[in-house]
Design a protein around this ligand. Structure first.
Ligand code: 6GU
Length: 274
């Protein structure tokens, strides 16, 4: 898979492309990343990449010509790539989109800075505008890294274990992940540790995980994933792959949640922060 990233700050990606899962994917040529700086596509002495917005107002806008030339330079080396502009106005990113894109030969990611980019660049060069969430960042570079990471780890041979990507939270089944534990079996109280969990055992590991009974362990993990999704992201259950028996389990949780003393869940409307 080939990635192109068009950015005024290519150095922001250097450490990201050198470390961890993505770093390994670069080193073993599972992915190839071309960084292209619009600054290198200016023709004026000041190497100007931004200008004041027509119509007035605060902030600056990325100029069309250097940005357009940088995108074209990347397209030349990856003619079959999909070109994505990162902005809060875009379509919200999902795991399903990352899965689709992992089958493409190439992805060109255009990171804006300032108040935005000249709209004509979007009209001429962009296949899709994508947002990574309902908040505002100073530029698209972090979002570009999100996409490079999320797509790369879905490529064959990039993760160590072939099941690793399939067993993720938001894997094929659309559920959140179950909790994870490793050694030691018993964790002593630490000086200064939080007492916010006084009603929960934060020292031991659920006994079933030490039982060696793989069928029972798989069942516990499945239950835990469903319970967590129900508690934290109930709206995901509508599209999750769930058996009839598990649907009944969820209805049971809903009844207990309504009648019992547990926290009421919020399903109707998301909180707005203003
Ligand atoms: Cl993709 N870019 C920027 N600049 N801000 C964002 C975003 C993208 N997604 C959410 N906020």
């Amino acid at each position: 898979m080939r990635f192109g990233v068009v950015t005024l700050f290519p150095e922001l990606l250097d450490a990201f492309l050198a470390a961890g899962v993505v770093g390994r994917a670069v080193k073993n040529s599972s992915i190839e990343v071309q960084l292209e700086n619009p600054r290198n596509h200016t023709v004026d002495g000041h190497r100007t990449v931004d200008d004041r917005p027509f119509g007035g107002g605060p902030g600056m806008v990325m100029k069309a010509e250097p940005l357009g030339r940088a995108i074209q330079a990347v397209k030349q080396s990856m003619p079959l790539a999909k070109t994505i502009y990162l902005s809060p106005q875009g379509r919200p990113l999902t795991q399903a989109m990352l899965r689709d894109w992992s089958k493409l030969p190439g992805i060109i990611l255009v990171a804006g800075r300032y108040e935005g980019i000249d709209e004509r660049v979007i009209q001429r060069h962009i296949d899709e505008e994508v947002s990574i969430g309902d908040y505002v960042l100073s530029g698209g570079e972090v979002a570009a890294m999100v996409i490079v990471d999320g797509v790369s780890r879905l490529l064959p041979g990039v993760l160590g274990h072939p099941d690793s990507a399939a067993e993720d939270s938001f894997g094929e089944d659309g559920l959140l992940d179950h909790p994870h534990y490793t050694r030691p079996e018993w964790l002593d109280d630490l000086e200064g540790a939080s007492d916010a969990t006084e009603h929960e055992d934060t020292r031991s590991v659920p006994a079933v995980l030490l039982s060696g009974d793989h069928k029972l362990i798989a069942q516990w993990r499945r239950d835990a994933a469903i319970k967590r999704t129900w508690e934290r992201r109930p709206e995901l259950l509508a599209n999750a792959t769930i058996s009839v028996a598990e649907r009944k389990q969820i209805e049971q949780l809903n009844r207990a949640g309504r009648d019992g003393a547990t926290e009421p869940q919020q399903v109707e409307k998301n909180e707005q922060d203003h």
